[in-house]
Each structure stands twice: as C-alpha cells, then as structure tokens.
Design a protein around this ligand. Structure first.
Ligand code: G3P
Ligand code: MG
Length: 233
C-alpha cells in the first residue's frame, strides 16, 4: 500500500509547510501530496483560496502579493512555501503529488515541474499532478505529456473510472466516502492506480486494504505505515 502524506504529515505539523514535508519523509512516506495556488504568477503551497484558514493573514491568496504571503505565519512559525522551495527541499527523497487548486495555474506549474526535473531533483516518474479541475489537468498534460496525471474526483461517477481514461490519467484519486469495489475494479481493469483520500483511521485503512486500493492519502503517515507493516506481516 502506497502511503501519501496528505498536505505533508499534517496531523502532527502545520499542513502544507516544509516542516510537515520533512516529518513525512522522516516517517517514511512513499510520497507527499500538497496543494497549489498561485500569486503573482508564482505557484505556492496552500490549500485554501483564502489566507485565514491556515495563516494569520486575511483575504484571498490571489489578491495578495508574494512578499505579503511570505511574511505570514502558517503555524508554529512556519511560512507558506513556494512550489519551487518545496520541490527543492524534498528533492527526490519521495514521490510528490502536486494538486492544482487555482483555476489558472497549470502553465506555471508545468514550468516549475520542468525546472525541477532539469535540476535533477526528481525523475519524471516521481511526480503526479492532480486536480478536481480537469480542464487544468488537460492543459498541464499538453505541456508535460511525460508526467503522470491523477484524475481527482470527490464523487462516485456513474460510469466509474471512464472519465480518468479521457484524461489519459495514470491514477484515480477518489474520496473515502464514496469509493466502492466497482470503482476500484473498473479502474484496475483500465490500468489505473487507485489512491484514496483522506484515510486517517485504522478502520478506514482496513477497509481500503479490503478494497485492494493501491494507496492512501493520510494526515498521519507514521501511524499508517506502522499499522500496515504489522498488518501485512
Ligand atoms: O489530493 C487529495 C486530496 O488532497 C483532495 O482534497 O481538499 O484535501 O485537497 P483536499
Ligand atoms: Mg489536496
């Protein structure tokens, strides 16, 4: 079972910060998922479109300046990192899943991913770009056809995993509340990996194992890894 640290080890450190990413790596996570918004054409790592959810700032991310956002506290003295700082820090020590949140960030994220690969920080197979915004995914994939795409859905599509094939996706990223055996089986028949968010409780991990999903996104990677090791031995 592939363990993605959801927003880093966000159960034990401020979400989407370098500390949360470092703790995810220390926990032995297979990959780190983080969320991407954009300010002044620079992709940054934050979940909400609004600053007040996770920082001491106020207002919309896209209406601030990069300098204003970098001066904010994202929890315990951590700052809001840029995508470049994040990729430079993780530097191939585990896989990464960039989740595009901003409606217009596909092009700038493609440039950052290209830069990270050129720097030798990651191999192309270590990166997945996902989004609920399938139009953004389509734009990204046109720029970077060799990078894996994760088709995100919060719902249970009536035709199961078919939409992910339309996106030429590598993986299907689906919601714990809706995933079922038919969706998992259909995705596997189509050659897709299945990763489920957000799986924090032991009962949910057991359920995901029983569904034979390929991986989970969890806020507590250390706990999940430890439990899975015991369970599978
Ligand atoms: O990428 C999986 C998951 O992070 C999607 O939901 O709201 O936690 O970004 P959210
Ligand atoms: Mg996310």
């Amino acid at each position: 079972m592939f363990v993605w640290a959801h927003r880093g080890a966000s159960g034990v450190a401020p979400e989407n910060t370098l500390r949360a990413f470092e703790q995810a790596i220390e926990a032995g996570a297979d990959g780190i998922e983080f969320d991407v918004h954009m300010v002044e054409q620079t992709p940054i790592v934050i979940h909400d479109a609004w600053l007040q959810k996770t920082t001491n700032g106020l207002g919309l991310v896209r209406q601030a300046t990069l300098a204003q956002i970098q001066a904010l506290d994202a929890g315990d003295g951590q700052t809001v990192p840029t995508v470049r700082e994040t990729l430079a820090m993780i530097r191939g020590r585990c896989q990464v899943n960039l989740e595009l949140k901003a409606a217009n960030c596909a092009m700038v994220v493609a440039a950052e991913v290209r830069y990270a690969i050129e720097q030798g920080w990651f191999g192309p197979e270590q990166i997945i770009v996902s989004s609920f915004n399938h139009k953004q995914l389509h734009i990204f994939a046109k720029q970077m056809p060799n990078i894996r795409v994760g088709a995100l859905t919060a719902n249970l599509p009536v035709d199961n995993a078919a939409f992910a094939l339309d996106l030429n996706a590598w993986s299907l990223h689906c919601n714990r509340d809706f995933v079922d055996q038919a969706l998992v089986d259909d995705a596997h028949e189509k050659g897709l990996k299945v990763y489920v968010y957000t799986v924090n409780h032991i009962e949910d991990i057991d359920y995901m194992v029983s569904l034979r999903v390929d991986g989970i996104f969890t806020d507590y990677p250390a706990r999940a890894i430890q439990y899975l090791q015991v369970k599978t031995n």
